[in-house]
Design a protein. Structure first.
Lengths: 109, 113
């Protein structure tokens, strides 16, 4: 079983729509969770950390459900520039992170 | 701004060649990492280094070695390149205080023929 599993998509949505997707993780001892964004042919960059109480950054909302071991990301009022692959990332220990394979989102005009 | 640079964006090598991939970071980060990224598999950790001259195997170290002689530089070595090492290689660095955020270089697309 993969440590982090994501629906690869693609999620194809019109501008202005809301899109949401989840990832699940297998290590119940994980303490830190992140969403990274990766544009086509570019390196991953941190989008946001995910906190137990859930957190919001502008149009992006991240939620953590420890009991069910899943993390979600919701994007409101989608922009063309939101088109990217979103990587779910979970820490394993002080040094190592586990990366999901990514969920692709395409926002169309 | 943190900057992580990698020596090449694209590289084509022949089977059996020795390949060096170099990574340099300018933020005085203690930790550095090498990953490979393949479609459908996500990023997989090859090796990491938590300090100068210190290294530890990641999840897929077979066929690779690393070198960290200076804090800012972390090299990945393919001793004898094989076609199954064709991949995107990403270097990352991270400080030891604060968050676990890793900063990535632009990647090297290696093709082994």
């Amino acid at each position: 079983r993969k440590e982090v599993e994501q629906d690869p998509g693609p999620f194809n949505v019109p501008e202005g729509a809301t899109v949401a997707f989840n990832c699940t993780y297998s290590n119940s001892a994980s303490q830190s969770f992140f969403w990274y964004r990766q544009d086509c042919r570019k390196e991953p960059k941190l989008l946001m950390s995910v906190y137990s109480s859930g957190n919001e950054d502008g149009r992006f909302t991240a939620q953590l459900n420890r009991a069910s071991q899943y993390i979600s990301l919701l994007i409101r009022d989608s922009k063309l520039s939101d088109s990217a692959t979103y990587l779910c990332v979970v820490n394993r220990n002080d040094y190592k992170l586990s990366f999901g394979a990514g969920t692709t989102v395409t926002v169309r005009a | 701004d943190v900057k992580v640079t990698q020596s090449s964006r694209y590289l084509v090598k022949r089977t059996g060649e020795k390949v060096f991939l170099e990574c340099v970071q300018d933020m005085d980060h203690e930790n550095m990492f090498w990953y490979r990224q393949d479609p459908g598999l996500g990023l997989r950790l090859i090796y990491f280094s938590y300090d100068v001259k210190m290294k530890e195997k990641g999840d897929i170290p077979e066929g690779y070695s690393v070198s960290r002689e200076k804090k800012e530089r972390f090299s990945l070595i393919l001793e004898s390149a094989s076609t199954n090492q064709t991949s995107m290689y990403l270097c990352a660095s991270r400080g030891t205080s604060g968050s676990y955020e890793q900063y990535f270089g632009p990647g090297t697309r290696l093709t082994v023929t």
